[in-house]
Design a protein around this ligand. Structure first.
Ligand SMILES: [Zn+2]
Ligand SMILES: [Zn+2]
Length: 105
């Protein structure tokens, strides 16, 4: 408990378990539900996919995931190797695939 700034509208608010003011909370909850709904049907989705499909900002999706509000596999919000499907930290291919794909042509 304490005061803080609503992370959506920036107003100073009394914070409880939430980071948003009362007015913004409903909006946040709808976005949260959209993300949750999407993840139910697409459990392996990463943030970009979720954001694109739900229209929720990637930043917010990430936040929801980090808070643990959403139960997904830890690797689910990493990009996936486009060759073997393993989670990667960055880029389109994992290290192994990047190495074996390079000399093509
Ligand atoms: Zn607000
Ligand atoms: Zn790979």
């Amino acid at each position: 408990m304490g005061t803080g700034v609503c992370e959506i509208c920036g107003r100073t608010v009394l914070l409880s378990a939430f980071d948003t003011c009362y007015a913004c909370r409903g909006q946040r909850e709808r976005q949260y539900e959209k993300v949750l709904e999407y993840l139910k049907g697409h459990p392996g989705s990463n943030i970009d996919l979720i954001a694109a499909a739900t229209g929720v900002e990637p930043k917010l999706v990430l936040k929801l995931l980090q808070k643990g509000s959403l139960k997904v596999a830890k690797d689910a919000y990493k990009p996936k190797c486009q060759s073997c499907g393993r989670p990667v930290d960055s880029g389109r291919f994992c290290r192994d695939c990047a190495r074996s794909a390079k000399p093509k042509k």
